[in-house]
Design a protein around this ligand. Structure first.
Ligand code: SAM
Length: 262
C-alpha cells in the first residue's frame, strides 16, 4: 500500500485522531457511500482529508465539521470554498438543522465520543438521508444488537427505533496512523421514515429506555419505579419481573405511548 501522508501534524489524542492512511479502505468506504454531485454530504472530522479528498472528487462539494483548528487551517488551504464548506466546531454541539436537508452524514468518528455523537445525530433523523460512520467494532455490534443479547442496550434501542442499521465491513488497525488498539467497522444508518413507530413523547421514551438499561441486572419493576408502577407495566403488556434487555424496541414504544396518555 502507498500510505496517505500525514506529515507535519502532531496527532491529538484528546480529539480521537487516528487517521486513515490505507487507500484501499478509503476507496471501499467511499464506494459504499457512493457520493453523487448534488448530494448534501457533511463529513464529521475530516482530519487530514483522507476521505474528504475522495468525497469531493466524486460529489464536487461537501461540508465538513472539524474541531481541531490546526487541521481546519490546513483544509482551508488545500480546498477552495466552492469545493469545501468548512465549519470549525464541535460536532457534538453543532446544529445540523442549519444545513440543507437530505443530509448524507459521513465520518471516521473520534472513538472517544462516538455514542454521544450518534445520539446527537439521531435527533436530526428527519433531515437525514443516510449516515455512514466508522466506529469501534464493538460499538457497531451494540448498534445492531437484538434483544436478550449482551450487546443490546440503550444505543441499540435509541438508534433502531429511527434507523435501519447495517454493518458493512470491518477495517483493521493497520489502516490507521497512529495504529489504534481496536478494530473498526463501517456502519450505514438509513432513517425508517414511514416505517418509524410513532413515539407520542420523545423525552419520556428516552427516559424510559435510559432507566431500563441504567442497571442491567434490575427488573423493570425496580428500574422503572421512578417512572411508573407495576399495574402500568402490566397494562402495557409488560412483565414487571422482566429485565429491560428482554424488551423489543416495539415494547419500549408501546410502554412509552401508554404512559404518555396518563
Ligand atoms: N476523517 C479523518 C480520517 O479518516 O483519517 C480523521 C478521522 S479521526 C478518527 C477523527 C477526526 O475528528 C479528527 O480530525 C478530529 O480532530 C476530529 N474531531 C474530534 N472530535 C471532534 C468533534 N467533537 N467535532 C468535530 N470533529 C472532531
Amino acid at each position: 500500500m502507498t500510505a496517505i501522508g500525514h506529515a507535519g501534524h502532531s496527532t491529538r489524542r484528546r480529539f480521537g485522531q487516528n487517521f486513515l492512511v490505507d487507500p484501499h479502505y478509503v476507496e471501499r468506504i467511499v464506494d459504499a457511500i457512493s457520493p453523487q454531485p448534488g448530494d448534501q454530504l457533511v463529513e464529521i472530522g475530516p482530519g487530514l482529508a483522507a476521505l474528504t479528498r475522495s468525497l469531493i472528487e466524486r460529489a464536487h462539494h461537501i461540508t465538513a465539521v472539524e474541531i481541531d483548528r490546526d487541521l481546519a487551517a490546513r483544509l482551508a488551504t488545500d480546498f477552495p470554498p466552492e469545493r469545501l464548506t468548512l465549519i470549525v466546531a464541535d460536532a457534538l454541539a453543532f446544529d445540523f438543522s442549519t444545513l440543507q436537508p437530505a443530509l448524507r452524514i459521513v465520518g471516521n468518528l473520534p472513538y472517544n465520543i462516538s455514542s454521544p455523537l450518534l445520539f446527537h445525530i439521531a435527533q436530526y433523523e428527519a433531515r437525514v438521508r443516510d449516515v455512514h460512520v466508522m466506529l469501534q467494532r464493538e460499538v457497531v455490534a451494540r448498534m445492531t444488537a437484538q434483544p436478550a443479547t449482551p450487546d443490546y442496550g440503550r444505543l441499540s434501542v435509541m438508534l433502531q427505533v429511527r434507523f435501519a442499521i447495517t454493518r458493512l465491513f470491518t477495517v483493521p488497525p493497520g489502516a490507521f496512523r497512529p495504529i489504534p488498539k481496536i478494530d473498526s467497522a463501517l456502519a450505514r444508518l438509513v432513517p425508517l421514515r414511514d416505517a418509524k413507530p410513532l413515539i407520542a413523547d420523545e423525552a419520556l421514551f428516552a427516559r424510559i429506555v435510559a432507566a431500563a438499561f441504567g442497571q442491567r441486572r434490575k427488573t423493570l419493576r425496580n428500574a422503572l419505579s421512578g417512572i411508573c408502577d407495576e399495574p402500568a407495566l402490566r397494562g402495557a403488556g409488560i412483565d414487571p419481573g422482566a429485565r429491560g434487555e428482554t424488551l423489543a424496541v416495539t415494547d419500549f414504544v408501546r410502554l412509552g405511548n401508554r404512559l404518555s396518555q396518563r
